[in-house]
Design a protein. Structure first.
Length: 352
């Protein structure tokens, strides 16, 4: 056996156990899957209410990691991704294709599994671990992330039970350790979204990273909030904007089938640099275009803008009026007053 000075020994292995001395290796850099957002070899949760673009966001992350480009301005660890699409594998395929069309890249290292997987089952757990190994052998690329969409579809038992949730997280932690990769759960908010994700709090205790998506009604953007980082500072909230992309297929009526894709960081940066009046003008114009009649009352417009912008109502009202004046001067919209003064019943219409 090779002898090592007791003063220089920092760590050693005993069978399958690794032990280190005191503060040795404290300066080892934290490896990241997505820089300052999702650590490598970790467990994370992304949750949100219905229609907060959770799957669109995780697909965007998966595609970006698989090609090794930056995600929302953050460096990524390139590698293969296994996407467990337990709810809708066909829909996930369309979202991947929309990303390829928008970015002009082919995603070769993203693998979609359209089955529910219960990691609590020893048989299914070992089969999944074997599948990861098979993907790595066939593609010659390390799997760095497994996405479970959704947690509920791959859960067995009662989500509110600390025991059942503990069994679930322990099983997936075993998968993460055996495959040497990260695991990301797509999950739902509880009835009270302010209290976090649905189910037992033991989930929060077991994960390294917690992310939340929040979306205002009818908005094409979501806010990404990082509530927990186990060993690092939480990331600053960021805005993700989604755009409609036409796929290269038609429906039975001969109309193009579309999907949403997260706008690239450069496009989002341009939007961030817009003035408040320009941002409001774009938002109002998008709202009117999405309206079946092409028009909204002033009250409907105000209610939507109040839900979209978190600023105080006095500031919002001023920005709204400036934006409406700007759009009117440019002959983009018109509005008809229902009286001598502006009122909630005034009708604002888009000029086609």
């Amino acid at each position: 056996m090779k002898e090592t000075s007791s003063e220089t020994l920092k760590q050693f292995n005993f069978r399958n156990l690794n032990v280190s001395r005191g503060s040795a290796l404290y300066d080892t850099p934290q490896p990241w899957l997505i820089k300052k957002l999702i650590p490598s070899k970790s467990m994370a949760v992304m949750y949100g209410a219905p229609a907060t673009f959770k799957s669109f966001t995780t697909v965007d992350m998966a595609c970006t990691i698989s090609v090794g480009s930056e995600w929302n301005g953050r460096k990524t660890q390139q590698g293969s991704v296994l996407y467990i699409a337990a709810e809708d594998s066909h829909g996930i395929k369309k979202r991947i294709r929309a990303w390829e069309i928008d970015r002009g890249q082919t995603v070769n290292h993203l693998w979609v599994l359209g089955n529910r997987v219960s990691a609590v089952s020893a048989e299914q757990r070992e089969e999944l671990i074997g599948l990861v190994g098979e993907i790595e052998q066939r593609s010659s690329t390390k799997v760095v992330l497994i996405i479970i969409d959704t947690l509920a579809r791959c859960f067995v038992g009662d989500e509110n039970s600390s025991k059942d949730m503990g069994d679930f997280t322990n099983a997936w932690n075993h998968v993460a350790q055996q495959t040497d990769c990260s695991v990301l759960f797509v999950h739902h908010s509880g009835k009270d979204a302010s209290k976090g994700s649905r189910g037992s709090n033991s989930l929060l205790g077991a994960i390294d990273t917690e992310l939340q998506l929040k979306r205002s009604k009818n908005s094409s953007s979501v806010q990404l909030i990082n509530h927990k980082q186990k060993n690092e500072e939480t990331a600053e909230p960021s805005i993700l904007r989604f755009e409609e992309v036409s796929l290269d297929i038609m429906c039975e009526e001969g109309k193009p089938i579309t999907s949403l894709v997260c706008a690239s960081k450069s496009d989002q940066h341009k939007e961030h640099m817009l003035t408040s009046v320009e941002r409001y003008s774009h938002y109002i114009h998008d709202l009117l275009k999405k309206s079946s009649t092409g028009c909204l009352t002033r009250k409907e417009l105000k209610d939507s803008v109040f839900a979209w912008d978190d600023d105080n109502q006095s500031t919002i009202k001023k920005r709204l009026e400036r934006a409406l004046s700007c759009l009117t001067e440019k002959n983009i919209v018109t509005y008809s007053k229902q009286g001598s003064r502006a009122s909630d019943s005034d009708l604002i219409s888009i000029i086609h």
